[in-house]
Design a protein around this ligand. Structure first.
Ligand code: ZN
Length: 455
């Protein structure tokens, strides 16, 4: 073949990335997570079009944008499967209290006073900046003013599932359950052409939403094939209250309301009987494990290894910044693995590979996005995170998967792409200004602290 014939067969693509290691996290097989070397990926129109050994890839593809990442591991961006992004502005406002006391005496009063469009726009912006810098490319949110979460995520180019929030009681977002529902569905309609945003029903919890609206959500989620994102069995107190109010445990009540099915994303789930694990498994429910929030609020421990053994899809989430107090999937992964080992008394519980799978594919599956993201595979969106392993703390490097879960920190995130677009380069945000973000957060701190002091 002549040079000109060779050039004619070369396909031009938007970009090619050549990392030292690639951890594709296959969507096929059982939690398949391994570091591979010598591969490059070609990206065109936001999608991964080829993954091949580097010399072979360059025989077929050419580009004007080639990113070489020596000493770095490229993995699918983290999917943070449970957040209340705007709550970032309440981070550290109130700590060291049990869930109901924390909510009733501190968080709910602060929310009644402060939460509006402006608060949520700034809070979500701060949260997205923190998540991108920590390698997260997709988040599943539930909070007031989801219109602002959608607006900011879309503007900044981040993938998100926006929770169509619902409570029985009124808030800055809705006057009652019918109003929440109407506003949520209309917001979903506003973004029906978005490549980045999807929507989920988000009834807050069994103890804040009554039977009639839950039943309505069950019907609609089935008709529209939309996930239902909900706090479920977060604490022993929740179970006790449900037994006295409804005469049954919350999961049983949800089952009777026909919400226990593959659309359900059950968050926390720290209180489970053996037969409830079987119910969750046989109905295809996804569980979101939020170990740091559960530990900080002393809510309990989710039996994650038992869930994995029962073939239940487990995703990982940080919860809101006010009960964690960060949006850092690296520390969440390490905590999840270590906590499971202590809880089960088995050092084999929740391996590094298991938990890296949960932090990526597990989240994508829970959100119904398993064909779109969560792994590096041809045809999927280019949602990618590169981690620098050429640091003192990463040496010596025997196994990148172990190093990422047990040793690495988010300061090692060097590059992040969402839908093929570069969002973090050499550890710096490409589309947001650090000093502006810090002064915005300080302004909110001054206002909120001043009013707390005068309360
Ligand atoms: Zn939560």
């Amino acid at each position: 073949m002549s040079h000109s014939e060779e050039a004619a067969t070369l396909k031009h693509v938007d970009q090619i990335i050549s990392p030292e290691w690639m951890i594709p996290v296959s969507s096929k097989g059982k939690r398949n997570v391994k570091a591979l070397t010598g591969l490059s990926i070609a990206i065109n129109h936001n999608k991964i079009v080829a993954i091949e050994p580097t010399p072979r890839l360059f025989k077929h593809y050419t580009t004007d944008s080639h990113t070489e990442l020596p000493n770095q591991a490229l993995l699918p961006g983290f999917v943070n499967c449970h957040t209340h992004a705007a709550m970032s502005l309440f981070k550290g406002l109130s700590d060291d209290l049990p869930l109901m006391m924390w909510l009733e005496n501190h968080i709910w009063p602060a929310e009644r006073k402060w939460v509006d469009d402006a608060f949520c726009e700034d809070g979500v912006t701060l949260a997205i900046a923190e998540m991108l810098l920590s390698g997260t490319t997709c988040f599943n949110d539930m909070y007031f003013q989801p219109n602002m979460t959608a607006k900011v995520a879309q503007k900044l180019g981040v993938r998100a599932t926006i929770g169509m929030l619902m409570f029985d009681f009124p808030s800055a977002w809705g006057s009652g359950w019918e109003d929440y529902l109407k506003k949520g569905l209309s917001l979903r309609d506003d973004y029906k052409h978005s490549e980045l945003l999807t929507f989920a029903f988000a009834p807050h919890a069994p103890y804040t939403v009554s039977d009639e609206p839950l039943s309505k959500i069950a019907t609609l989620s089935n008709e529209l094939s939309l996930p239902v994102h909900m706090h479920v069995h977060e604490t022993a107190h929740e179970i006790k209250e449900s037994l006295s109010q409804h005469g049954k445990r919350p999961l049983k009540r949800l089952q009777e309301l026909e919400l226990v099915n593959p659309n359900l994303i059950a968050v926390h789930v720290t209180q489970l009987h053996r037969n409830e694990i079987e119910t969750i498994a046989s109905h295809g429910v996804s569980v979101v494990h939020c170990p740091q929030s559960n530990m900080k609020l002393a809510s309990g421990i989710s039996p994650v290894q038992d869930l994995l053994t029962a073939e239940i899809n487990v995703a990982l989430g940080t919860d809101g910044n006010a009960s964690n107090n960060d949006l850092n999937m690296f520390s969440e992964m390490k905590t999840a693995s270590l906590l499971s080992k202590v809880y089960t008394g088995s050092a084999q519980a929740c391996s590094a590979a298991d938990i890296l799978y949960s932090a990526t594919m597990g989240g994508a599956k829970a959100l119904g996005m398993e064909k779109l993201c969560g792994s590096i595979e041809v045809g999927k969106a280019a949602d990618l995170t590169a981690i620098d392993l050429n640091t003192i703390q990463a040496q010596p490097l025997y196994d990148p998967v172990s190093q990422i879960v047990y040793t690495a920190g988010r300061e090692q995130v060097s590059h992040v792409w969402v839908n093929g677009r570069l969002q973090v380069e050499n550890g710096h945000l490409c589309r947001l200004d650090n000093s502006q973000l810090i002064s915005m957060a300080k302004n909110w701190r001054d206002k909120i602290q001043h009013s707390k002091a005068n309360a």
